[in-house]
Unconditional design. Structure first.
Length: 147
């Protein structure tokens, strides 16, 4: 498949789908042309790859205090910045950027899961677990409960 050979293209497609969904679901997000949407998705992907880890590190105390919810504010700030950088991609308010970031996160996670791109992996195993001889034999330390 084409996505297996080009992970950049896969991430860009997933981000483009997510931004398109956010533009249709969240009032306050709009774009003038499909090309503007693709450029906005490209810039958002670059900002997420370069700037987002730095912002997450700098805001680590706030992330811990908010139990990770401050990451939604960082996503909104990055999306709002994309709206400022791309003149044909419009965000009416920070609230629209916040809810757009939420929608983009959910759609990206679902798209990565369905397409098998990114690092999203789901494995379903049925049946008994493997027998571990290192615990069950002599001197194994007794029963262990695997969770």
């Amino acid at each position: 498949m084409m996505f297996e050979r080009n992970p950049f293209l896969a991430r860009w497609c997933v981000t483009s789908i997510a931004v398109l969904a956010a533009a249709h679901v969240v009032s306050g997000i709009s774009y003038d042309s499909f090309g503007a949407l693709l450029v906005a998705a490209l810039i958002l992907g670059v900002l997420n790859a370069v700037l987002r880890p730095i912002l997450l590190l700098l805001s680590l105390p706030l992330l811990i205090a908010s139990l990770g919810l401050f990451a939604l504010v960082i996503n909104a700030l990055l999306l709002y910045f994309v709206g400022w950088l791309v003149p044909s991609f419009h965000l009416e308010s920070f609230g629209a950027a916040f809810w757009g970031g939420v929608v983009i996160g959910i759609v990206s996670m679902a798209s990565n899961l369905l397409l098998g791109t990114g690092k999203t992996v789901v494995r379903v195993r049925t049946g008994p677990g493997p027998v571990r001889r290192d615990r069950d034999g002599p001197g194994g330390g007794g029963p262990v409960i695997d969770v």
